[in-house]
Design a protein around this ligand. Structure first.
Ligand code: FAD
Ligand code: NAP
Ligand code: MG
Length: 445
């Protein structure tokens, strides 16, 4: 009986458990599938925690989500094709839900497919090594409740541990003597903490955009965003400004590449994350920055150097749940031998072709098209439920235009479902005025 280990019960790990369950319902022997999750509950990043730094067991906190986090893309762009929003909520809901609503949805499908008993919670994977002779992995786990280590043998290991948890933290001259607080977006929890403050944000991607808006919405006096390469260029509300790169801090004065300066109370580093897999033997470890096609992964999933090891969700993400799902269905079929892999040279050539295609990509619209093509390719390889992928692509394009039109207003827009056609109703309160991110408030008619 084949044995499969999954590391992590976030959206990717849950997608794979769901995929195995679908095969089992079709009468297929899926062998033994065990998912190890170091947190006490499922949902990955969506499982909000107030904690920063270390968790209750002394491990680095996984969570990077914060209070008042609303989805930054339309929910119609991430809908599970086999478990729609209509099915879960029973009534149409607006297109930009807060975190608790999406958490409820993710967990709703996991409950329906009954996968919880396959998960060992409070259990951290500490080691993954491969034994060439037996062609099996030794997976060492630590039970965080009794601190016992144990090692089990598996035929396949699927890494679904996420890559937005270990911060990338650059240092600039003057940080050492700055009199205020310097934190990374990973440790940001509550925007209200910065009410009345002058803030400096470094970075020009999604975290910088969202945390700048959040902190200003909840009362920051001013927000200055310093970009390294190019400004985001949105029509920011008065009080949020983009300036060229930070050169250094002089006391509490931030000095920028154009010679201008500004006095600040705190710095938030929205400088991205590292793919970090300390629990995997170095020669099995994916080494990559945050991009749309990490090297070494056939179909973005199979570790080509040893195809018994697979990784889910390691790409930078426009698509999320509806990319993780076909990845998971594909991974399942590889593990079960239902999909044959080509030889090593063919896998390498396929990876190289995707990566050279990626080299030619420039700008957001081409990135969206690239990831759409990738998801399309995966869909041809799996029996995952079909959905209108071209509509999702079109939604992403519209969403980008909406953001350019109004960065504080784009979350009031409505999109149609690529699965059911249902159009999300307008939210009862415009997002910029809505301070309450609870599920009950959001679902209120
Ligand atoms: P994760 O959600 O990170 O889950 C990984 C799981 O693995 C965790 O439960 C973790 O505890 C576990 N784990 C890690 N290491 C070990 C170990 N050694 N042993 C055992 N368990 C382990 N996506 C959207 O679609 N919409 C959004 O609005 C959105 N907002 C985001 C906001 C922020 C601030 C961030 C950082 C990301 C956001 N994302 C959003 C993207 C997010 O990456 C995905 O939605 C999704 O959570 C990725 O799922 P995952 O399973 O790959 O990883
Ligand atoms: P990211 O997209 O990887 O962006 C990292 C940013 O850091 C880039 O702008 C990069 O600048 C900058 N940077 C890196 N090193 C730097 C340095 N030394 N100095 C200055 N800037 C530096 O990471 P992210 O923005 O944290 O986003 C991570 C994920 O979280 C995404 O999937 C995003 O969608 C998600 N997210 C979602 C929400 C939401 O839904 N509400 C909110 C926040 C985040 P360059 O561009 O110049 O390289
Ligand atoms: Mg298909």
């Amino acid at each position: 009986m084949p044995r499969t280990a999954i590391v992590g019960a976030g959206p990717c790990g849950l997608a794979l458990l769901h995929a195995f369950e679908q095969a089992r319902l079709d009468g297929i022997d899926v062998g033994e599938v065990v998912c190890f999750e170091k947190q006490s509950d499922w949902g990955g990043l969506w499982n909000y925690t107030w904690r920063t730094g270390l968790d209750a067991h002394g491990d680095p906190v996984h969570g990077s989500m914060y209070r008042y986090l609303w989805s930054n893309g339309p929910k119609e762009c991430l809908e599970f094709a086999d478990y729609t929003f209509d099915e879960h909520f029973g009534t149409p809901i607006p297109s930009f839900p807060p975190r608790e609503v999406l958490y409820d949805y993710i967990v709703g499908r996991a409950k329906k497919s009954g996968v919880r008993e396959s998960i060992r919670f409070d259990t951290a994977v500490r080691g993954v090594t491969f034994d060439a002779e037996s062609a099996t992995f030794a997976v060492t786990t630590e039970s965080l409740e009794n601190r016992c280590l144990s090692t089990d043998t598996f035929d396949h290991v699927v890494v679904a541990s996420g890559h937005f948890s270990t911060p990338h933290m650059p240092e600039y001259p003057g940080f050492q003597s700055f009199p205020g607080r310097i934190l990374h977006s990973h440790d940001f929890r509550d925007a209200a903490e910065f009410a009345g403050k002058d803030l400096l944000i470094l970075g020009s991607s999604y975290s910088a955009e969202d945390i700048a808006l959040q902190t200003f919405k909840y009362g920051a006096k001013s927000v200055t965003i310093a970009y390294r390469h190019a400004p985001m260029g949105f029509g920011w509300p008065e009080g949020i400004t983009e300036v060229p790169a930070l050169t250094h801090l002089d006391g509490r004065t931030a000095v920028f590449a154009d010679g201008t300066s500004r006095d600040i109370d705190a710095v938030i580093l929205c400088t991205g994350y590292q793919h970090h897999f300390p629990f995997i033997d170095p020669y099995l470890r994916l080494t990559t920055g945050n991009n749309l096609y990490p090297d070494g992964l056939y179909k973005g999933v199979v570790w080509a150097a040893n195809p018994k090891l697979l990784y889910l969700g390691m790409q930078d993400q426009y698509y999320t749940f509806n990319m993780f799902d076909p990845q998971a269905f594909y991974a399942r079929d590889v593990v079960l031998g239902r999909t044959a892999l080509p030889d090593a040279d063919q896998m390498a050539a396929d990876i190289a072709a995707w990566r050279s295609k990626l080299d030619a990509v420039s700008g957001v619209m081409e990135q969206i098209d690239f990831q759409t093509d990738y998801v399309r390719d995966l869909l041809t390889l799996t029996d995952y439920a079909s959905f209108d992928l071209d509509l999702v692509r079109q939604h992403f394009v519209t969403w980008e235009h909406d953001k350019d039109e109004s960065i504080t207003g784009y979350r009031n827009r409505s999109f149609s479902s690529p699965c059911t056609g249902t159009v999300g109703p307008a939210p009862h309160t415009p997002w910029w005025e809505e301070m309450d991110d609870s599920l009950s408030r959001f679902l209120k008619p």
